[in-house]
Design a protein around this ligand. Structure first.
Ligand code: ZN
Length: 293
């Protein structure tokens, strides 16, 4: 395997290449099985059942958000490719991403690969012990995390299709895609969220990060260890929980409104938080400062 880049990290650098490559023709050159459907899927042979689960999760996500926001149509195609067929022209193996209407996921990552790539291998046994206490099987953890990633990536596509001129900040878009995913699973498939919740809470409570501040994250994104990056993602999930639980505001509606009002699309996460907080009554900026971010 090549160098592995962070989980849930669509836009950090890789898509400089992706923007120049036509994914329709690139994925068309791979030897895949095609599943027709609401979400057409191109799949490396051998991973059909996994791809069918992901395909159905994405189709449900599409239905949920199209019903919620009556004026949007969400277009998405899925590619599930094993490491031999990976689109190394675009991105290193292990990455997941959404661009040009495609959601691209790695096919051959089992639980052990998952812990090695995204987690902290030195605490694997402890992680497994905690999973057992909570009644979650190792395979269910990877299944849960990749299902969440499916809707996270769909979230990027929804935002692109719903909001004409988005904020460019990478971190903010990661946060927003996680909110889209979290809401979908809380409201529709809470059982399938459990493995992911276990993962980010465990990682946050057990991993000792080298970088801890928001500025360090901006400065070292793409250079830091995957485990350290995932510590930030895990911490952001605690903010995602709070934003989700604040039911007075609908996140994507609020985001769409501030995007339309704001002329500067290069704002950072703290500045966007100030804009969102007119609706959220200070929740997001308070959370950031409480965590010294
Ligand atoms: Zn992302």
């Amino acid at each position: 395997m090549k160098s592995i880049l962070p989980l849930l990290a669509i836009a950090i650098g890789f898509n400089l290449n992706a923007q120049q490559i036509n994914l329709d023709s690139l994925i068309g050159t791979k030897k895949t099985v095609l599943f027709e459907g609401i979400i057409p899927a191109s799949v490396t042979h051998g991973y059909e059942s996994k791809a069918k689960l992901w395909q159905s999760v994405i189709a449900e996500g599409k239905h949920y958000y199209e019903a919620k926001y009556k004026n949007i149509t969400v277009n998405a195609k899925l590619a599930v490719l094993d490491s031999a067929h990976w689109t190394s022209e675009v991105v290193s193996y292990g990455y997941t991403f959404a661009t040009q209407g495609w959601i691209v996921l790695p096919a051959d990552i089992d639980f052990n690969d998952f812990v090695r790539i995204y987690g902290d291998i030195s605490s694997k046994d402890e992680f497994l012990r905690e999973a057992k206490i909570k009644g979650i099987k190792p395979d269910e953890i990877a299944e849960s995390v990749f299902s969440v990633i499916c809707i996270h990536e769909l979230g990027h596509l929804i935002m692109t299709q719903m909001i004409n001129d988005e904020f460019s900040d990478v971190l903010f878009n990661e946060l927003a895609a996680n909110i889209v995913a979290y809401e979908f699973f809380k409201n529709n498939k809470p059982e399938l969220l459990k493995g992911f919740e276990l993962f980010y809470n465990f990682h946050l409570n057990n991993y000792k990060p080298f970088y801890t501040t928001l500025n360090e994250l901006y400065d070292n994104m793409g250079k830091m260890s995957v485990a350290n990056y995932d510590w930030y993602e895990s911490k952001f999930m605690k903010l995602v929980e709070e934003i989700y639980n604040y039911k007075e505001v609908d996140f994507l509606t609020s985001l769409k409104n501030i995007c339309m009002e704001s002329k500067d699309k290069n704002l950072g996460i703290k500045e966007i938080a100030i804009l969102l907080d007119k609706d959220y009554k200070g929740l997001i900026t308070t959370w950031l400062s409480k965590n010294n971010w």
